[in-house]
Design a protein around this ligand. Structure first.
Ligand code: HEC
Length: 405
C-alpha cells in the first residue's frame, strides 16, 4: 500500500434516505393504451428521479420541472434515459443491491418516457399531477453548518490544501450524515474530511499566513479517521440507520480540498453540513482499499488489474457501503467477495463526473478468512505508461468501505 492509502474517495450520493427513484411511473404499461401524458405519467417519474437536480438553482444545466421545459427536452430525455446516462447512477442493478436511494429507473419508467416522447409529448390534465414529492438529495436535518473561515484561491495546477472545519463540540457527537458543498465547482476536484487532533491541526494551520496548509495524499497531520468525501456527482450522504462516525471535542475536521485549475482560477469557500445522531449509534469506519500496484501500458485498451484485501483485523466486520473511485481513464470497477465471488458493487461504465457512495440495505458480513477483491479496467489513450497517483492524469483503483463491527 502506498502512503496515499487514504486518498480520494468517491462520494456523497443522492437520497440515501431512500426517497429518490425506483418507484414512480404509473405508465409504461402497454403500447396499446392511451398515449402517456406529462401530468399523469411523466411527472410522477421526473419529480422523484430528475427534478431534484433539474430545477432552477439545481446542479443540472436546465430545468425539467414544468410541462413547457420537459416538452422542449422530450427527445433528449428519451435518449438519456434509454441509454442510462440519466438519472446518474453507475452501479449495475444485478449486483450487490438494492442500494439505498437507487436513482435508476425501471424498464417500465424508461418505456413510459419513450412512449410519451413518441406520442407527441402530450400535456394531459394538470389535475392528474401527483402530489408534490419532498426534497430529496438533502440531509433530513442539519445540526451544524460550517464554511472555510476565509476563501482560498488555488496557486498551482493541482493544489492540495487542508482547512480546519471546527465543529467546536462540548461533548462527543456521532456524525450520521453530511453534505459537502464545494464553493467553486470549477476548481474543486474533490474534498475529503479527515478527523484529526485539534492541537496538531491548529499548530499546522498557524505555520504560515495563508489559509490552511498544504496536504498532498492525506491530512498531513496525524489522522484519527476519515469522515467522508465529495467528488463530482456527490450530494448529501446519510449513513445507514443506527451507525455513525464519532468526533470528540479535542478533534476537528481537516478538510482536504484538491483544487485543479485547468478550467478556471477562482476563489473557493467550501462548506460542510453535519447531522448528528443520538449518541447510541454503532461506531463506523471508512476503510480505504488501495490497489496501486498497476502500470497501464501506453495505448492500453481494457487493461485490467485486481487485488485482494483480506480481513486482517482478527474479527469479522459488517460492510455497509462502498465508495469506488478511479480517475478519467477508468472504464470499470467492481468489488466482490473473494470466497464465493458474490458481487458487492459493479460499475460497468465508470464516469468520473458521477461518483457516488453505495449503501446496502443489509450489511455484508466479511469473515476473518475472507477477502474483498477489487478489480479495475482502464483505457489509456496516451503514449505514456499510467500509474497510481493523485494527479488528474494519473490513475487510481480505490474504494472506501463503510464498515461496523
Ligand atoms: C443528481 C442530479 C441529476 C439527476 C437526478 C438527473 N439529472 Fe439530468 N443532468 C444532470 C446534470 C448535472 C447534467 C449535465 C451534465 C451531464 O450531462 O452529465 C444533466 C444532463 C441531462 C441531460 C442532457 C445530457 C444528456 O446526457 O442527454 C438530459 C437529457 C437529462 N439530464 C435528463 C434527465 C432526466 C430525464 C432525469 C430523470 C429521469 C435526470 N436527468 C436526472 C443532473 C441530474
Amino acid at each position: 500500500m502506498s502512503a496515499a492509502a487514504v486518498f480520494l474517495a468517491a462520494c456523497g450520493t443522492g437520497p440515501i434516505t431512500g426517497t429518490g427513484g425506483g418507484t414512480g411511473g404509473s405508465g409504461g404499461g402497454g403500447i396499446s393504451g392511451p398515449a402517456p401524458t406529462y401530468y399523469k405519467d411523466v411527472l410522477p417519474i421526473t419529480q422523484v428521479s430528475c427534478n431534484n437536480c433539474h430545477v432552477a438553482g439545481g446542479i443540472a444545466p436546465f430545468t425539467l420541472d414544468s410541462y413547457e421545459a420537459a416538452k422542449l427536452k422530450a427527445p433528449l430525455m428519451a435518449d438519456a434515459v434509454t441509454h442510462k446516462r440519466m438519472p446518474p447512477w453507475l452501479a449495475s442493478k444485478d449486483c450487490g443491491g438494492p442500494f439505498v436511494g437507487d436513482r435508476s429507473l425501471t424498464d417500465a419508467q424508461i418505456a413510459t418516457i419513450n412512449q410519451w416522447f413518441q406520442g407527441g409529448a402530450l400535456e394531459g390534465n394538470p389535475a392528474d399531477a401527483p402530489a408534490p414529492a419532498g426534497a430529496a438529495e438533502e440531509l433530513p436535518r442539519v445540526d451544524l453548518t460550517k464554511q472555510m473561515t476565509t476563501a482560498y484561491t488555488p496557486t498551482t495546477r493541482d493544489d492540495y490544501r487542508c482547512f480546519i472545519i471546527d465543529p467546536a463540540l462540548a461533548a462527543q457527537q456521532v456524525v450520521t450524515g453530511y453534505d459537502i458543498s464545494p464553493g467553486s465547482r470549477k476548481v474543486v476536484h474533490h474534498v475529503i474530511m479527515y478527523i484529526v487532533p485539534r492541537t496538531a491541526a491548529v499548530n499546522k494551520d498557524a505555520q504560515d499566513a495563508t489559509p490552511g496548509w498544504e496536504c498532498f495524499g492525506g491530512a498531513n497531520v496525524s489522522t484519527d479517521g476519515t469522515l467522508g468525501a465529495w467528488a463530482p456527482g456527490g450530494s448529501a450522504v446519510v449513513f445507514p440507520a443506527n451507525t455513525g462516525i464519532r468526533i470528540s471535542p479535542n478533534q476537528v475536521i481537516a478538510m482536504q480540498v484538491h483544487y485543479n485549475t485547468d478550467n478556471a482560477v477562482e476563489a473557493d469557500q467550501t462548506s460542510v453540513k453535519l447531522m448528528y445522531g443520538t449518541g447510541t449509534e454503532t461506531n463506523a469506519y471508512l476503510l480505504p482499499l488501495v490497489a496501486d500496484n498497476f502500470a497501464i501500458p501506453a495505448s492500453g485498451v481494457n487493461y485490467a488489474h485486481a487485488e485482494n484485501f483480506p480481513n486482517s483485523l482478527g474479527f469479522p466486520i459488517k460492510v455497509w457501503g462502498f465508495l469506488p473511485h478511479m480517475h478519467t481513464k477508468g472504464k470499470k470497477i467492481s468489488l466482490t467477495s473473494a470466497s464465493n465471488n458474490e458481487c458487492l458493487v459493479d460499475i460497468q461504465r465508470w464516469d468520473f463526473h458521477w461518483q457516488t457512495q453505495y449503501f446496502r440495505k443489509t450489511a455484508f458480513n466479511l469473515s476473518t478468512t475472507n477477502s474483498i477483491r477489487m478489480s479495475c479496467t482502464w483505457d489509456n489513450p496516451t503514449n505514456a505508461v499510467v500509474r497510481w497517483g493523485e494527479g488528474t492524469a494519473d490513475e487510481m483503483c480505490f474504494a472506501f468501505i463503510y464498515a461496523t463491527l
